[in-house]
Ligand binder design. Structure first.
Ligand SMILES: *[C@@H]1O[C@H](CO)[C@@H](O)[C@H](O)[C@H]1NC(C)=O
Ligand SMILES: *[C@@H]1O[C@H](CO)[C@@H](O)[C@H](O)[C@H]1NC(C)=O
Ligand SMILES: *[C@@H]1O[C@H](CO)[C@@H](O)[C@H](O)[C@H]1NC(C)=O
Ligand SMILES: *[C@@H]1O[C@H](CO)[C@@H](O)[C@H](O)[C@H]1NC(C)=O
Length: 493
């Protein structure tokens, strides 16, 4: 099994390891996925639930409490972590009544309808430094009020609260140095104690991709699970990848503060496929397959051998997410927006060797909006038209090192026009750029990896692409306190 490549572990470890595998077999319910909905054209809830079942995925994590999604999950057998967005923390922190209304409307009613809600995620990475401390004062009181409301609704035994936190809430040059960030140390301890007192888990999001994205000198192999990287030896514990090392930095931080036992959930882990030099299909496949193989082996990490609870990020691409962190932000899906698998991935959950696509997806007609063959590139309307199309469409697959990075100037313009046209449901008026620059064609302009997409039909998008929530700040990714790690690595390599 993965871990033992080239290393002789002491016998005691092996015995413990085998014991851990026995525990795994009893307790594991399989892999989870994050189901985000910041899309202009989301697949219908029922279609996604069928896709989850077809792929043997038994757990989902949601970012809010969308009732159409929760209704679709009723009696599906799928376990649910339901989310509370950061912009609700203030009111929940300041009003026990607001927390009770939330629980009544968004938890109790769905539980009564057969939705198997196991967790409520209070906030989403609220302590990210990007937020300038905006949620430092409200997150813990909101957590307490939501817990009280859950208790009052007599759901305390079946539904646990948690806070999905970015891995930058802890730091450490190596795992055994792990501790909570000094500026929020006391707050973290109060939260951890509260979670522990309520039998609730610690949820952490870990992103090796961001390490690679932020630092061109990051040792690439250390981001993956192939064991080809020069290992780190942390007092006898061998680390061959940054995920294990980061995860165990948290284990040490918990242990050092008296909570070495606490259940850890990995709330997000994954790899995007477009919009960045490191966001390639090959890397995403290598990372996710490597991770899944280890996950299914129940290997765990050096500090926590055994089964893990994990939610992959993410199920489907979301074309309406904020691209503040980077263009890759819209490309985290295992599936494209329409439920088509991107690459070969064996989750180990079904007899199928790859992902099963969504079924009965309905597309708009096979037509595209492109730059008119007679249009001149020197037309002064070209630049403003492309800017407008990209601002209101999605051009994150254009540019250096992306799937459509090899288009020529005309191809670029066509791509932008088509994106705008599709997102607006192929409205005639959405392919009427000034000076007759654009025309509709029935010839697919796609070439190689560069796909000119056809949008899917969505019942409520006649007014064009207003389905998502552009204002919501998405799930911003940060490098997880790994910079110190890189320093540490460069010292020993
Ligand atoms: C229920 O959740 C939705 C989606 O997150 C939210 O918009 C709504 O305000 C919540 N309802 C209550 C009563 O808090
Ligand atoms: C954080 O502060 C920076 C600089 O003051 C500002 O540009 C940014 O909008 C702030 N972000 C949030 C989420 O408040
Ligand atoms: C560890 O967890 C077990 C049960 O899971 C519990 O009985 C024990 O008290 C915990 N130990 C500590 C130090 O928290
Ligand atoms: C295509 O557009 C991208 C940005 O959208 C730009 O970086 C690239 O240089 C363009 N290519 C050509 C050939 O114009």
């Amino acid at each position: 099994m993965g871990l033992s490549k080239g290393h002789n572990f002491p016998g005691g470890f092996l015995v413990f390891f085998m014991f851990a595998v026995v525990v795994v077999a009893r307790s594991v319910v399989g892999i989870g996925v994050n189901w985000g909905t910041q899309s202009t054209h989301p697949l219908p809830g029922g279609t996604v639930v069928k896709m989850l079942n077809d792929n043997g995925i038994q757990k989902v994590k949601l970012f809010d409490a969308d009732s159409s999604i929760l209704n679709a999950l009723g009696k599906s057998g799928i376990q649910v972590m339901v989310g509370i967005p950061n912009d609700m923390l203030y009111s929940l922190a300041n009003s026990p009544n607001a927390a009770e209304s939330w629980v009544s409307k968004n938890l109790s009613s769905h539980v009564s309808n057969g939705v198997d809600i196991r967790y409520v995620a209070v906030g989403n990475e609220p302590f990210l430094s990007t937020y300038n401390g905006s949620f430092l004062g409200t997150t813990f009181p909101a957590l307490q009020n939501v817990q009280s409301a859950i208790n009052k609704a007599s759901l305390g035994n079946r539904v646990k609260v948690t806070i999905p936190l970015n891995a930058d809430v802890y730091t450490g040059d190596k795992p055994s140095d792990g501790d909570f960030r000094s500026d929020i140390h006391d707050l973290m301890l109060a939260i951890v104690k509260f979670l522990s007192d309520n039998g609730a888990p610690f949820t952490v999001n870990i992103y090796p991709f961001i390490s690679l994205h932020n630092d061109p000198n990051f040792p690439v192999d250390f981001a993956f699970f192939d064991g080809n990287s020069a290992p780190i030896n942390d007092n006898g514990r061998i680390y061959q990848n940054v995920f294990d090392a980061n995860h165990d930095t948290l284990v040490w931080a918990l242990q050092k503060n008296g909570y070495g036992n606490m259940t850890i959930i990995v709330g997000e882990i994954g790899w995007p496929t477009d919009g960045d030099r490191s966001a390639t299909m090959q890397y995403a496949q290598r990372f996710n397959q490597g991770f899944m193989t280890r996950f299914n082996a129940g290997t765990g990490t050096p500090m926590r051998p055994g089964a893990m609870e994990v939610y992959l990020f993410s199920l489907i691409d979301e074309d309406h997410k904020s691209i503040q962190p980077g263009n890759f932000e819209r490309h985290w899906g295992l599936f494209y927006f329409d439920g088509t698998p991107k690459y070969q991935l064996n989750l180990g959950t079904t007899s199928s060797n790859g992902l099963v696509p969504a079924s009965n997806v309905r597309y708009l007609p096979q037509q595209w909006c492109v730059l008119s063959p007679s249009a001149s590139l020197d037309d002064p309307q070209v630049a403003p038209s492309v800017s407008y199309a990209c601002a209101n469409g999605d051009c994150t697959s254009l540019g250096y090192s992306t799937s459509c990075g090899n288009l020529d100037a005309r191809g670029n313009i066509s791509y932008a026009f088509n994106s705008y046209y599709q997102i607006n449901d192929q409205l005639q008026s959405a392919c009427k750029f000034p000076d007759g620059l654009s025309v509709v064609t029935t010839q697919d302009p796609s070439s190689g990896d560069c796909k000119f997409r056809i949008m899917i039909q969505v019942p409520s998008t006649l007014n064009g692409g207003s389905g998502g929530n552009a204002a919501a700040v998405g799930h911003l990714k940060k490098p997880a306190g790994l910079m110190l790690f890189v320093l540490f690595l460069s010292m020993i390599l």
